[in-house]
Design a protein around this ligand. Structure first.
Ligand SMILES: [Zn+2]
Length: 487
């Protein structure tokens, strides 16, 4: 139904001669992006609907978005029991959708497709003229709107592709579970965590795919297709100094603000040691072949296990992203002190936000902070309990199809394992032993990251290519029974 003539031709060809058909289908994909097929139109409609439902924490409503997608699944013939809108009891605006695409004869545990449908706050007045963050605008080869990149593209693609499988009666060796969730971006009702704690049977899987990876290009030249297999651990600390205070006309050297400021100054001059892991070492190795000149040489030096070249580390550390990959980071993000203009401060507080390497430990980081701040009158406490996130193993079951499909679609573009410097909801699944992989085949500009920022956007071609990539990847990971497909 969503196939045009060109695609049917390509599909027939695909059956007869696999090698040639890969080349043909690649060309078809490219020209289609310009023409926009019925299949892509269908996807675009879902994307538009999701973007135009405000799902921010302040006034938005993920229940509305979950319901809208549920309507589509039911209309496509999914049964009531396989389409569940599950609303957090603490807030009726925090709904999640869980859909199960059943295998007639499951031979393995399910595959989980995870995407969050909440978005970061966005104010129209902060965005460029004629762009409304809650309207999907297609302009100059980009889709603009809040959530176009993070994370409604993946959500829309998963919805469109599952409905497509249903309409073609595609059959797989395992169930496919789709979970569209609330509050990944913050908020008190994280849907992924809540589903694991309260509806484990609905979301339990052998492994899953999620945001956090994706391809990177520079000025249109594809650099790599990233697979996020681990991520840093988010941990904030509260620093607090108490003082008896007094009248500001009679100051003493013993001042809570000075004391805290001096300690924070010591922190600003400190760097945690470089500590590469399997994923980041692989990243620098692969990137050293993609980058050029001094950066490539420095990456090569850093990735070599035995020699930690101090100058190479120093040069790479100038780039915040490379620095964050090499070491744990802790940075002051909030300050609060004093109670009156004419009084000596009785309290001074700072928040220090750390992003801890997955192989390191939050308690060790706390000990290190105590040492660096070097003032035992400053208390240093966890703001929330640490949430460690085990790296997911780079198994061939997962990596081989990613590599094969990447090669089929984009020839020489390498697949590169990456460690997320931020955290995603993958951590909640990794914590309960479900490996998660951040992979989408959606390419974005390595030098222009607008997620969470103004004028968030995603390339139109990159969006539709991501649909093709995820279609092939999900079919492969779920074990498609090709003979059972009816057109
Ligand atoms: Zn996200």
């Amino acid at each position: 139904m969503f196939f045009n003539a060109t695609r049917q031709f390509a599909a027939l060809f695909f059956l007869s001669l696999s090698l040639v058909s890969i080349i043909v289908s690649q060309q078809v994909v490219k020209t289609e992006t310009l023409q926009v097929t019925a299949r892509q139109q269908f996807l675009r409609g879902i994307y538009l609907e999701l973007i135009e439902i405000n799902t921010t924490d302040s006034v938005g409503d993920t229940t509305k978005a979950a319901e809208a997608m549920a309507v589509r699944f039911r209309a496509a013939g999914f049964s009531e029991t396989d389409v569940r809108v599950l609303v957090h009891p603490g807030n009726n605006r925090k709904g999640n959708l869980v859909v199960r695409y059943r295998s007639p004869n499951p031979k393995a545990k399910p595959l989980l497709l995870l995407a969050h449908i909440d978005v970061v706050e966005a104010r129209k007045e902060d965005w460029s003229d004629n762009l409304d963050p809650f309207k999907l605008t297609e302009r100059d080869g980009y889709f603009y709107g809040r959530g176009t990149a993070d994370d409604k593209a993946m959500a829309a693609i998963f919805v469109a592709n599952l409905i497509d499988y249903k309409q073609k009666n595609a059959q797989f060796d395992r169930d496919i579970i789709l979970a569209l969730t609330a509050d990944e971006e913050g908020g008190d009702f994280n849907g992924a965590k809540w589903l694991i704690d309260n509806h484990r049977d609905l979301v339990s899987a052998e492994f899953g795919i999620n945001e956090g990876g994706g391809g990177r290009h520079r000025k249109g030249v594809k650099l790599f297709n990233g697979v996020q297999a681990s991520e840093k651990v988010y941990q904030s600390f509260l620093l607090e100094v108490k003082n008896k205070g007094g009248h500001s006309s009679l100051p003493s050297k013993d001042n809570a603000i000075y004391q805290l400021a001096a300690a924070i100054d010591r922190l600003s001059k400190f760097d945690f040691p470089v500590n590469l892991n399997e994923v980041t070492r692989g990243y620098f190795q692969k990137m050293s072949a993609i980058e050029t000149g001094a950066t490539a040489a420095d990456m090569k030096a850093v990735s070599a296990m035995n020699t930690t070249d101090a100058n190479a580390v120093k040069r790479l550390s100038v780039a915040p992203y490379y620095n964050a990959l090499m070491r744990t980071t802790c940075v002051a993000t909030k300050l609060e002190a004093g109670h009156a203009e004419n009084a000596l401060p009785q309290t001074a507080r700072a928040t220090v936000n750390c992003r801890i390497l997955p192989q390191e430990n939050a308690n060790d980081v706390q000990r290190k902070l105590i040492e660096v701040l070097a003032d035992d009158r400053i208390s240093i406490t966890f703001i929330k309990e640490p949430k460690p996130s085990q790296p997911s193993p780079l198994t061939s079951e997962v990596m081989r199809p990613i590599e094969e499909i990447t090669r089929a679609l984009w020839k020489d573009v390498p697949v590169v394992p990456i460690m997320g410097t931020g955290a995603t909801d993958s951590l909640y699944f990794r914590q309960v032993g479900i490996p998660m992989y951040g992979v989408s085949g959606i390419f974005s500009d390595i030098d222009d990251n607008r997620a969470h920022g103004r004028d968030e956007r995603l390339g139109v071609r990159e969006f539709y290519d991501g649909q093709e990539f995820l279609d092939k990847l999900v079919k492969s990971l779920a074990g498609q029974k090709t003979t059972a497909i009816k057109k």
